[in-house]
Ligand binder design. Structure first.
Ligand SMILES: Nc1ncnc2c1ncn2[C@@H]1O[C@H](COP(=O)(O)OP(=O)(O)OP(=O)(O)O)[C@@H](O)[C@H]1O
Length: 659
């Protein structure tokens, strides 16, 4: 895509969610307080200002720490680089001769050696006038003496990878590396970095990032990320970063733990389904808008609703495209003040929404009747819940599924194929959440309770984080509202009280018996294959694994006989991951459509994310009868890990669209 086109369009759409920053965006870079060299180089090469840069430049130049999230190519790197170079240049005027040796003052972390080279080249090509800064790169080991000597001669900015820098941390010579000298730390593309090297990132954070108030903190921290990660929430809460920019409203919705419901159904069934939903939910208590791509489909829906279900208790307020701007604005105002318990649903097209969005940021539920023609417009629809999003940034507990801002998205089969970007986004963020129509049929199978001799028990264990030797996720915290139904037998009272205190960790293993409604198995010489029913209820949570089902392959091992296996669950954000004990190998293959809520990582060993389910769905699933137990001949099991299949339908777009 042509960059300039993209950068311009983001400005027009005001597509940045700002938290903790009250200033206005700047329109061009000319008046910025870049250092002279940076200003001259910069203005020669860059004529535009991307949406995120229009905020980030000022914030960073004011020496404030910042978290910047936005899709690839939205301008995050240029959003900090000229500022970092400027600050270093400006500082240089005041430093002593002694400080000029050894290094560095600033560290820029990239997620691969390739990226390190790219940033170095970018500085050489685009900021050629900056000759007074000593910029060094390193990607490999720190064994070589030559490297150390070069470093000891002085370094202002070190561009490096996480793993290479971790070795530098072990060097005890302050001439080479002086911990106290660091003033700026930039993590460019944190999400990739963290997924690759979580432990090493954690080590760096531990040493350099403090909870001190921003004004006392010695290190200015800049983090960019192409997507939201839960780890960023704890960082935002506990570190001195207090400003956040997100260059995507749908990403902001993820950050706010919005509740997404995605239906895939053909056009004929859609209206019926909608009426069914509207009749079930108590819409009179939620500010809800329904957005259509054009007037025709809005009128058709209204007609349908009138004829099909005249008893429907909610009212619709319709704003048509050709209505006068001020009248529309007034209508939005009147609608805004409709009292709780008497709310109507506002119907409008994208055209009207985009004119009125400044008056509509308080919406709880957005019903996307159809898709927009561009991703940018679709993303922008989520701006309608901005004021709700702000409430959840610093809350570690998962909001109650009814309180959380909510989006109901209708897709048809065509949409999934035409808009791979949307499909990828939804699956990557675990948002594919259809109603379980086909599950209902399969659930009739059976509940399997594996017992000793020839069978196995499946238990779900939640384990203290310290015992997991991989990812250092936010510490577990049980809130009152979550009401997890853990029996007192499993977790003593004082433990519960302990766990309620923020920052404290559940000390005991909590075992919840996990009995899927449906497990089907088959066996050949080397494998037992299990097909599990894809949703189960664990306390207040739904354990959703796949739209259809998944296979578990348990491999035999010669030297080993085990009667049961445990796996660990994470109930986001309290519990961190699924892990299988005792070297049992479990391969989960998702079928047809990939997962709804969980994501299996590249490492094939982590599984996480369990979301509160809608009581409605749980009831449906719960009410399905289960038959008698089947027997499965388990006596020998070996190691367990997870793997993920690629989505079954991965079609590229044939239409002109940036989805
Ligand atoms: N203000 C600007 N004027 C002109 N071009 C720009 C501007 N900002 C960024 N660009 C160009 O847009 C492209 C993407 O910018 P940048 O690398 O900063 O984005 P990013 O969000 O960091 O992307 P990634 O996540 O892939 O690193 C680059 O080619 C960059 O040169």
């Amino acid at each position: 895509m042509d960059n300039s086109k993209q950068i311009n369009s983001t400005i027009e759409n005001k597509s940045v969610f700002c938290y903790g920053f009250m200033g206005d965006p700047i329109k061009n870079a000319e008046n910025l307080k870049f250092s002279e060299n940076v200003r001259l180089s910069f203005l020669k090469k860059y004529k535009l200002t991307s949406a995120i840069q229009s905020y980030s430049w000022n914030i960073i130049l004011e020496r404030k720490s910042l978290l910047m999230i936005g899709p690839r190519g939205c301008g995050k790197t240029i959003g900090f680089l000229p500022c970092l170079l400027s600050l270093l240049e400006m500082d240089k005027e005041f430093i002593t001769k002694r400080a000029m040796i050894g290094g560095p003052f600033a560290i820029l972390f990239c997620n691969s050696p390739n990226e390190v080279t790219k940033i170095k080249d970018l500085i050489c090509n685009k900021f050629a006038k900056i000759t007074n800064l000593k910029i060094k790169t390193t990607t490999g080991s720190w064994e070589s003496e030559k490297k150390k000597i070069a470093f000891a001669k002085g370094c202002d900015l070190l561009i490096t990878t996480i793993s290479s820098f971790n070795q530098l941390l072990d060097v005890e010579d302050t001439m080479i590396f002086d911990h106290d000298k660091i003033k700026y730390m930039v993590f460019d593309n944190f999400s990739d970095m963290y997924e690759e090297s979580d432990k090493q990132v954690a080590r760096i954070f531990k040493q350099f990032i403090t909870c001190e108030p921003a004004e006392n903190s010695k290190v200015q921290l800049i983090i960019t990320s192409s997507k939201w990660l839960e780890k960023l929430r704890s960082l935002f809460i506990f570190s001195h970063i207090k400003i956040m920019l997100i260059n995507s409203f749908i990403e902001t919705a993820i950050m706010a733990r919005s509740y997404f419901i995605v239906y895939i159904m053909n056009e004929d069934d859609k209206n019926m389904k909608l009426l069914e939903i509207l009749n079930k939910q108590n819409w009179l208590y939620y500010k809800t808008i329904m957005i259509f791509k054009d007037l025709r489909e809005m009128e058709e829906f209204k007609e349908f609703a009138k004829h099909e279900d005249p008893k429907i208790c909610i009212e619709f307020i319709t704003i048509r495209d050709n209505e006068n701007f001020c009248a529309t604005k007034d209508l939005c105002r009147i609608w805004e003040y409709e009292p709780n318990g008497k709310m109507s649903i506002l119907l409008m097209t994208d055209e009207v929404y985009q004119e009125q969005f400044e008056n509509l940021d308080f919406i709880h539920t957005i019903i996307h009747y159809s898709l927009t023609s561009t991703w940018t417009d679709f993303d922008f629809r989520f701006a309608a819940s901005t004021s709700h999003f702000k409430r959840y940034i610093t809350k570690r507990e998962i909001p109650n599924s009814l309180d959380a801002p909510r989006s109901i998205i209708f897709l048809n089969d065509d949409d999934i194929q035409k808009y791979p970007r949307l499909y990828e986004f939804l699956t990557d963020r675990r948002l594919f959440h259809e109603l379980f129509d086909d599950v209902k049929e399969k659930v009739t199978m059976t509940e399997v309770k594996f017992t000793e001799n020839s069978t196995a028990n499946i238990t779900l264990s939640i384990t203290p984080i310290q015992q997991l030797d991989t990812v250092n996720f936010p510490k577990p915290f049980i809130s009152d509202s979550q009401n997890i139904n853990l029996s007192d037998k499993n977790i003593p009272n004082e433990e519960i009280n302990e766990a309620k205190k923020e920052n404290e960790i559940i000390e005991n293993n909590v075992v919840i018996n996990y009995s899927p409604f449906y497990i089907e198995w088959s066996q050949d010489e080397s494998h037992i294959k299990l097909k599990m029913q894809p949703i189960d209820v664990i306390a207040d949570y739904a354990f959703c694994v796949s739209r259809r089902s998944f296979d578990i392959t348990l491999k035999y091992a010669e030297d080993y006989a085990m009667k049961s296996f445990d796996f660990f669950a994470r109930v986001d954000p309290k519990f961190t991951k699924h892990e299988l004990k005792n070297n049992v190998l479990l391969i989960i293959l998702t079928k047809a459509f990939p997962s709804i809520w969980f994501k299996l990582t590249k490492l094939n060993d982590k599984m996480y994310f369990i979301k509160p389910s809608e009581t409605e769905q749980l009831r449906e699933i719960n009410s399905v009868q289960t038959k008698s137990a089947m027997q499965a001949p388990f006596s020998e099991l070996s190691r367990i890990s997870f793997s993920k299949l690629k989505p079954a339908c991965y079609l590229s777009s044939s239409e002109e669209s940036d989805y």
